[in-house]
Design a protein around this ligand. Structure first.
Ligand code: OFO
Length: 168
């Protein structure tokens, strides 16, 4: 496999794994604060990021490259508020999207159309993840510091998570 693309995909493995670790830490913090709905959402999101990482590992190996499993990233253990958690998720996802777009560019300049085709799944996924994070942020901005609103928000997150088949 093209070495430049292999390196970019291996860097992306690290980013997806770090996302998984970050969301896991956010889930654990939320659970300890009593936000069980938000915690369930974040636990499931962490699992999804691990899946994104695995998909890359398998693709690199199937194409004759060598996937490199990175060292475990240690995220922050405490966060200031649910709103700041989701703002951090949105900022993080915007950076991940940039990184995916960078891979798309490289695939085109290296004429690696197979990886270009593979990476389109991540392009769509990023679109969905950014939209979801923006949507949640809009709700949280409306709620502001209202504790009752935050309680209902957390309950909605729980129902949405169960409806999505992730009853963590
Ligand atoms: Fe893997 O989609 Fe978020 O980071």
């Amino acid at each position: 496999m093209n070495k430049k693309i292999e390196k970019l995909l291996n860097d992306q493995i690290e980013k997806e794994y770090s996302s998984s670790q970050l969301y896991l830490s956010m889930a654990s913090w939320s659970e300890n604060q009593g936000f069980n709905g938000t915690a369930s959402f974040l636990y499931a999101h962490s699992d999804e990021e691990r899946e994104h990482m695995l998909k890359l590992v398998k693709f690199i190996n199937e194409r004759g490259g060598k996937a490199v499993i990175p060292a475990i990233y240690k995220p922050d253990v405490s966060f200031d508020s649910i709103e700041l958690i989701f703002q951090a998720i949105l900022d993080h996802e915007v950076k991940v999207t940039e990184s995916i777009n960078n891979i798309v560019d490289a695939c085109l300049s290296e004429k690696d159309y197979t990886t270009h085709n593979f990476i389109q799944w991540y392009v769509s996924e990023q679109l969905e993840e950014e939209a979801l994070a923006r949507n949640i942020m809009d709700k949280l901005k409306l709620i502001g510091k209202d504790k009752g609103g935050l309680y209902l928000f957390d309950r909605d997150m729980e129902s949405a998570n169960i409806a999505a088949g992730n009853p963590n």
